[in-house]
Design a protein around this ligand. Structure first.
Ligand SMILES: [Zn+2]
Length: 111
């Protein structure tokens, strides 16, 4: 193998390594995004589970007292959902509120 050929081979290898490194970088970015999404979904899931537990215990109380549903209960549920930290507006419904109060939700509640 002459020196020129050796040099060419090394250059090609360098190119391949460069593109592999770029691939690795983009995979790493995707992984970060997935980890963030996973974190967000885990939080959401925990909140939903808490709500489900509360709903179940409320349901049990309702059964004991034989209470009939009152008008406005739907509104109360939405208001509670909002104060538990979820969006109830059309735009982000069911998503966790990470940024504090949401103007869309508030205007919906004040209707
Ligand atoms: Zn909202």
């Amino acid at each position: 193998m002459d020196k020129k050929e050796l040099f060419l081979q090394i250059e090609q290898m360098e190119e391949r390594l460069g593109s592999t490194l770029a691939d690795l970088g983009s995979l790493k970015k995707q992984l970060v995004l997935l980890m963030e999404e996973n974190h967000r979904l885990t939080n959401e899931n925990q909140q939903f589970r808490k709500l489900l537990k509360k709903d179940a215990s409320n349901e049990a109380k309702h059964q004991e007292g034989k209470e009939t549903p009152v008008i406005g209960e739907g509104y109360d549920n939405l208001a509670r959902l909002y104060y538990e930290g979820f969006h109830i507006c059309n735009i982000y419904y069911g998503h966790l509120r990470n940024e504090g109060d949401c103007l869309f939700c508030l205007s919906f509640l004040n209707k």
